[in-house]
Design a protein around this ligand. Structure first.
Ligand SMILES: [Zn+2]
Length: 305
């Protein structure tokens, strides 16, 4: 099975997904997102997919995928397609999808929508690049050729997507209402392949959602600003765009965002206390949440690149 033609799979039912990164154990915030996405699709009699987002290989923790799968199954979740059960839209691990991302990149390149960039964050700061929500905005200083200072950088060049050519993205978030972003203000031309050769999250996620025939993306509110970038990529590639629902982030008792590193938020610790799956599901869904109006939602550090 190959997708190198970038043909989305045809589906006749709603399709949802949960797409965790195997960088550690799932915490209760992740699990709430997973449960909301899963319940939505099961209510509609649709297809649920588990996709492992392991493109950031240096951050991938050996064994984490198996532990996640075990946790999700213990909780009572199931999926119709995934790395452990197969399916028609695989592979379901991003690390196995290089050829597909290469094909997408080739298509963008051929359309003149990419360019190599050697700017470091420091370069952008020193050039007084305007500051967007996610750091300095790259407005394409090197879109007409690599900048003079770093013509042949030792570490290679990243590849940027010319988002600035068609920067306005609008969509209707199922939970948060109408959204409008200007990519020139949010991030400018953004990286789709890193200088170390790794695929950027924005490219891999957009291509996978489109080709796997996902019709609804339910995910954490911290990814709201990724969505316009992903839609911009799907748009220029003529791919179908799913519906989005960004759910509120979970807080701990002191009002901070749940932390992955904090062992107290892990499912493993609840299991160790002897809670049943049903009790655990109830507890997960009852967690206090951040409302989308809270400014903290906007300031959450964007962990994926
Ligand atoms: Zn640059």
């Amino acid at each position: 099975m190959t997708h190198s033609s970038l043909e989305p799979i045809l589906r006749d039912r709603p399709v949802g997904r949960y797409a965790p990164s195997p960088t550690g154990d799932l915490h209760l915030g992740n699990l709430r997102t997973a449960l909301v996405a899963w319940q939505s699709i099961r209510r509609q009699g649709g297809i649920f997919i588990l996709r492992i987002e392991d493109i950031d290989r240096p951050r991938t923790v050996p064994g984490a995928e198996e532990r996640m799968i075990e946790d999700l199954r213990w909780l009572g979740m199931d999926w119709d397609e995934g790395p452990d059960v197969g399916g028609p839209a695989g592979p379901y691990r991003q690390s196995d999808r290089d050829e597909i991302y290469e094909a997408a990149l080739a298509r963008l390149k051929a359309a003149g929508l990419t360019y190599p960039c050697t700017c470091s964050r420091r370069d952008l700061r020193e050039a007084s690049a305007p500051h967007g929500e996610e750091g300095p905005v790259h407005l394409g200083d090197c879109r007409n050729g690599i900048r003079g200072a770093n013509p042949k950088p030792r570490n290679g060049a990243s590849t940027r997507f010319r988002a600035g050519l068609d920067p306005v993205v609008e969509f209707n978030d199922r939970r948060q209402g109408p959204q409008r972003f200007d990519l020139n203000r949010l991030c400018g031309d953004f990286v789709i392949r890193r200088r170390d050769g790794l695929w950027a999250y924005q490219l891999a996620c957009a291509i996978d959602d489109a080709l796997m025939g996902i019709t609804e993306v339910v995910r954490g509110g911290d990814l709201l600003t990724s969505t316009p970038r992903q839609i911009a990529l799907m748009r220029v590639l003529g791919l179908p765009i799913p519906e989005y629902e960004h759910i509120e982030l979970v807080m701990d008792d002191e009002g901070r965002r749940m932390c992955k590193r904090d062992g107290s938020c892990s499912l493993r610790s609840l299991r160790a206390k002897g809670l049943t799956p049903a009790e655990t599901r109830e507890l997960i869904m009852k967690q206090p949440i951040l409302n989308h109006g809270d400014t903290e939602t906007q300031r959450i550090e964007h962990k994926k690149f």
